[in-house]
Design a protein around this ligand. Structure first.
Ligand SMILES: [Zn+2]
Length: 246
């Protein structure tokens, strides 16, 4: 797609060079750990990737616009890249991209202690998770420009991101807000729980956790049925009113 392929060692070296340039240029990011970031930082990152990894491929081949957005709305995805569907019919200088990076995943990074991965590569810091997610989105932009469509589940994309950045997966194992919530209360889906409802204790299990937990409680009058025909009532319960049971 673009004729660049690096080995893992070169990719590592380039990432460290990029980091040191970033610390210099960014007002917010001065080390691996940071608690402030702006959209300007994403522009700096973009220019650095173009220079250090892409031999100015963007500067030479792309005349359009990219809007970088730090998003609080992205909850599951750590990033997202969008452009117009009819990109094939749009003149290069009129093409626009919207690249979103999830703020949630950055701010949750240190709240849970476990290994975190993006694209099959371990992210050792907030900065590394930002960079790996950014690389994923950057490859979407490149693929959109070259092939006029992009899918990270397909071969051309997978080759591209592996050749450029050594990423072998197209998913991430970063920390979601739900995981942080549940962790603070020691709860996870599947747990048996008890809570008080209209003065009575109700038993059930956690089906999922968002801001509240969805609890399924066995009840012959329930509207929900599992595969074995057992009926349940569904409740939305705040995490602090749940106690674990066995
Ligand atoms: Zn993707």
């Amino acid at each position: 797609m673009i004729n660049i392929k690096y080995d893992i060692k070169t990719i590592d070296e380039k990432r460290s060079i990029l980091k040191s340039f970033l610390f210099n240029k960014s007002e917010n990011i001065k080390s691996e750990k940071f608690n402030k970031i702006s959209e300007k930082d994403l522009h700096i990152l973009f220019d650095l990737y173009d220079e250090i990894f892409l031999n100015y491929w963007f500067k030479q081949n792309f005349k359009g616009k990219i809007r970088f957005i730090l998003s609080k709305q992205l909850t599951r995805a750590a990033g997202n890249t969008r452009t117009k569907k009819n990109i094939a019919q749009i003149r290069n200088e009129d093409i626009e991209f919207e690249v979103k990076i999830s703020l949630n995943h950055l701010s949750n990074f240190d709240k849970i202690e476990r290994s975190k991965y993006v694209g099959g590569i371990e992210a050792g810091s907030i900065l590394e998770s930002l960079m790996l997610v950014f690389e994923h989105e950057l490859c979407h932009v490149i693929e959109f420009l070259v092939l006029k469509k992009s899918s990270c589940r397909k071969r051309p994309y997978k080759d591209l991101i592996f050749n450029l950045f050594g990423q072998t997966e197209t998913t991430h194992k970063l920390v979601s807000s739900n995981e942080v919530n549940a962790h603070e209360y020691g709860l996870k889906p599947g747990d048996n729980v008890r809570f008080k409802y209209n003065g009575k204790f109700i038993d059930g299990f956690i089906q999922r956790i968002n801001k509240k937990a969805t609890v399924m409680s066995p009840d012959i009058h329930g509207n929900y049925m599992d595969k074995s025909g057992k009926k349940y009532k569904k409740f939305y319960v705040s995490l602090e009113s749940l106690t674990k049971s066995n």
